[in-house]
Design a protein around this ligand. Structure first.
Ligand code: ZN
Length: 289
């Protein structure tokens, strides 16, 4: 039996099952203080029999370097109480020494989307989530990318849209980075409503699509992914992913090698990418990968 956790800032989604495509039970708990939340997660997972592997896709920033004594920790998050929290090793101990696979929530989702489209060895894609914040995970040549820590695609600086010059942005670190301009709170701060609530002809749609399209273009041009998968609550706004794809084609102007093979799409797994990715991490851990 495999166990999985999609660890988010507001909720933890827990799941168990014999394989990543066969989740047999799931449970959601609110994210409270670390001790309470991790104890609740361990109790539920432990009640489903001994696990052979546990996968965790976590909000971050997180430590992914296996050589670090803080591997598996949430590191510098502004979320109260969670900075410096040992998640992976703590849960491994609580669950009888189960092998743990640990990655960012968005890398887990990217891995799941990669597998969902066939998992080709040389395949590459990015997964961006647009919600309360903006995060991005990368699978290049079939493997999740960590780099020095992990990518933070949400914090690149897009060129400002001509009809959106004055908004200072909501990112506490950068102001008008991508997250500060295009996350759910940034939409709310400018227009007092979500994109879905604003009519489809509202100027906000084109502005947000432009910023996200710029990020997609950066990913196509810098790391040569074939596909950008766009998930998260804001991305469920009807028509938004199509607008982003159309704007990215305009921005590229026919230059990039590979041309029409580049795709910007909604998640193949809908809202299941994150927890499925955590199951895949569990499978990898159980296999000793
Ligand atoms: Zn930022």
């Amino acid at each position: 039996m495999l166990g999985a956790i999609e660890a988010g800032g507001t909720k933890f989604v827990l799941a168990v099952g014999p394989s990543p495509d066969a989740i047999t039970a799931r449970h959601t708990i609110p994210t409270r203080d670390p001790a309470t939340t991790l104890a609740e997660a361990a109790a539920w997972l432990g009640s489903h029999g001994p696990l052979t592997g546990l996968g965790i896709g976590s909000f971050g920033p997180v430590e992914l370097d296996h050589a670090s004594p803080e591997w598996g920790f949430i590191t510098t998050t502004p979320k109260p109480g969670w900075a410096g929290t040992d998640v992976a090793r703590h849960l491994a101990r609580s669950l009888g020494g189960v092998p743990v696979g640990f990655d960012t929530d968005v890398n887990a989702a990217a891995l799941a989307e990669h597998i969902a489209r066939g998992g080709a060895e040389g395949g590459s894609l990015a997964y961006i989530t647009i919600g309360t914040g903006i995060g991005g995970g990368l699978v290049l040549d079939g493997r999740p990318v960590h780099g020095m820590a992990h990518p933070e695609v949400g914090h690149i600086y897009p060129r400002r849209h001509p009809n959106d010059r004055d908004f200072a942005g909501t990112c506490p670190h950068h102001g008008d980075c991508l997250e500060g301009l295009a996350s759910g709170p940034a939409v709310m701060a400018r227009w007092g409503a979500s994109l879905s609530e604003l009519g489809a002809d509202h100027a906000a749609h084109a502005i947000i699509a432009d910023y996200v399209a710029q990020a997609c273009h950066v990913l196509f041009a810098s790391v040569a992914v074939e596909e950008v998968v766009i998930g998260g609550g804001v991305a469920q706004t009807p028509g938004l992913v199509e607008r982003i794809a159309a704007r990215a084609r305009e921005l590229d102007a026919g230059y990039l090698p590979g041309g029409a093979r580049h795709r910007i799409i909604a998640p193949r797994l809908g809202t299941e990418s994150g927890i499925t990715g955590a199951m895949l991490l569990a499978q990898g851990a159980a296999a000793g990968a």
